[in-house]
Unconditional design. Structure first.
Length: 193
């Protein structure tokens, strides 16, 4: 057993010296030698096979353990202003306030300022000195003509008066037969039917 081991090790030691061989052909060159034509990019593209079929969906895995709670995040930016709310209902009417103190009169205020006198004296003191009479103003422009007034009511007919001229009723033939001298005197002829 020992002699076999020594001889084997000796043989292995003799094979430790290797001989440098020649470089082999690249995959692209082998592809060309097989009768293909094209660039290395076209060769690489030809290596891509047709899409495979989709595999069946696997079983759902076991739920993992809950992770460690993360650190607290930074404070977020202020949000946009919200829309104004609707107008609220009127509040309950408050109680009536207490009656205030009565104020002093204008006459009393006048007295408090150091004046003396009755209310009539106070009123008289408020009247200013009569001003100087102003100049007479210029004559104004003539106004526009007024609109025509409404027509008056028709008067009542008067009573028939007496005539001093004689009135004679004649026929047309009698009137035609009168002489010209009769037509010029102060006589009124009325031609009847």
């Amino acid at each position: 057993m020992a002699d076999y081991t020594k001889s084997t090790l000796g043989g292995l030691q003799g094979m430790s010296k290797t001989i440098q061989g020649q470089d082999g052909l690249s995959a692209y060159e082998i592809w060309i030698d097989l009768g293909n034509n094209g660039t290395e990019s076209e060769f690489i593209a030809s290596l891509k096979g047709a899409p495979g079929e989709y595999a069946a969906q696997g079983l759902q895995g076991i739920q993992g353990m809950q992770g460690i709670q993360g650190e607290k995040g930074d404070k977020g930016d202020t949000g946009l202003k919200g829309i104004d709310g609707s107008i609220g209902t009127d509040g309950v009417k408050g109680d009536k306030g207490d009656k205030g103190d009565q104020g002093i009169s204008a006459h009393q205020s006048w007295l408090n300022l150091g004046n003396a006198g009755t209310e009539s004296d106070f009123i008289a003191s408020t009247k200013g000195i009569q001003g100087i009479k102003g100049d007479t103003g210029t004559k104004g422009d003539t106004g526009d003509q007024g609109i025509q007034g409404i027509q008056g009511i028709t008067g009542i007919n008067g009573t028939n008066g007496t005539s001093t001229i004689p009135i004679i009723v004649v026929t047309q033939s009698a009137y035609d037969a009168l002489p010209a001298t009769k037509l010029t005197n102060n006589t009124l002829y009325i031609v009847g039917a």
